[in-house]
Design a protein around this ligand. Structure first.
Ligand code: TRP
Length: 385
């Protein structure tokens, strides 16, 4: 089943939020090998998700100070790579970005998610069970609801919902995550998680997944490579050295460096994030582990971030051609002329699947962060062991 209507929809002006991001999406679909009708269907979903905010001219400020991206564009793309297969294009968006308050943002987001789920006959019962925990009348925190779409060939996306554990207060975030996991049948999952500084997101797979996951994202401030290597709680790996190597290449940090300490030992950079995925309820253990490195805070410019991404892809036997083309599909600027086009680099391990390397790519609809030399003593390019 496709989204109703055929052909590419009429796009808003190029210099509008929807016009800019829809054109980026069309070009990325081509780079990722999706055909024209899939691209048209996915552009329609993107424009629908943005609603009236799609028409908003880019010379006005962003509709909402979205935490989704650094310049507050409520859309971010990602490309997920495995060896010997086409990469998967995904889009993360904030469907309630034009709704006003955080409470309305969340309700608009829920409405979009439910309508989208209904269209493709996906159940939303797992989300419905958690509504009171994540959508109180006066929500707090950095987001209300994000939605990610995996843009598969065929025009029917896979859906993911990102919920805010701090909705009922940052001090209750851990309890909220524990309760949510328990309601979903993962009563022992919370105890299986590593130590972290903050619960950032709880994500739910909705739709046509072989084994739908519930994922818990934790922030880790001042993480070292060795500590990164010790975070994984799945039974099936990856080995600590593999995560350490990924961390070193992605962050450019050496053995002795801690990830976020600037002069005086104060945290200066965005924390690294771990994500554990739970699929079965029998063992209480997670079946998936991902490390997310916000490479934009650890590189002087996107040229460097892309060099690191390439090193990681090559280690997995993956060509970097598609990634390079994708960056050109997003922006005409040179990678060296800004930092943040590559927002995150991640390595994901899910039991029974080959490891994935994912690159998160920003729209930069509103702003390009100028390149920034890193503080003295940092290697300019990751030391590849
Ligand atoms: N912008 C937020 C951050 O940097 C959230 C976010 C967007 C994010 N894309 C992500 C977090 C990819 C982890 C991975 O934290």
């Amino acid at each position: 089943m496709r989204a109703p209507g055929d052909g590419t929809p009429t796009l808003p002006e190029a210099a509008s939020l929807g016009g800019h991001t829809a054109r980026q999406l069309l070009r990325l679909c081509e780079v990722a090998g999706l055909d024209g009708s899939d691209a048209a269907a996915y552009v329609r979903v993107l424009l629908e998700a943005l609603g009236p905010a799609a028409e908003r001219p880019l010379d006005l400020p962003p509709p909402h100070p979205s935490f989704l991206s650094d310049d507050h564009t409520p859309v971010e793309f990602s490309l997920s790579f495995v060896p010997d297969a086409a990469p998967t294009l995904r889009v993360l968006l904030e469907p309630g970005c034009g709704a006003g308050t955080l409470a309305r943002n969340g309700r608009a987001g829920l409405r979009f998610l439910r309508e989208t789920a209904r269209r493709w006959a996906f159940p939303t019962d797992r989300l419905d069970e958690l509504e009171d925990l994540f959508f109180p009348d006066a929500p707090e925190g950095p987001l209300a609801l994000w939605c990610a779409l995996e843009l598969r060939p065929g025009g029917v996306p896979r859906l993911k919902a990102y919920l805010n554990p701090a909705a009922r207060g940052a001090d209750r975030a851990a309890d909220t995550v524990r309760e949510a996991l328990a309601r979903l049948g993962h009563g022992r999952a919370f105890a299986a998680l590593p130590e972290g500084d903050r619960h950032l997101f709880l994500a739910l797979d909705l739709g046509d997944w072989d084994a739908p996951r519930v994922k818990v994202y934790l922030a880790h401030q001042n993480l070292s490579a060795t500590e990164a290597g010790a975070l994984c709680r799945t039974a099936g790996g990856p080995p600590a050295e593999e995560t350490e190597t990924f961390f070193r290449i992605a962050s450019g940090l050496g053995h002795e460096d801690e990830a976020d300490t600037g002069p005086g030992g104060r945290p200066t950079r965005r924390p690294v994030q771990s994500c554990h995925a739970f699929t079965e309820t029998a063992t209480g253990r997670p079946s998936g582990f991902t490390l997310h490195v916000p490479v934009r805070d650890y590189a002087a410019h996107d040229g460097e971030a892309l060099t690191r991404a390439t090193a990681l892809l090559h280690r997995h036997g993956i060509d970097d051609g598609v990634l390079r083309e994708a960056t050109r599909a997003l922006t005409a600027r040179r990678p060296e002329d800004g930092v943040g086009l590559v927002a995150y680099l991640s390595a994901a391990h899910q039991d029974g699947h080959p490891p994935r390397v994912t690159t998160y790519l920003s729209c930069e609809a509103y702003h390009v962060r100028p390149p920034a030399p890193l503080r003295a003593g940092r290697p300019a390019v990751a030391r590849v062991p």
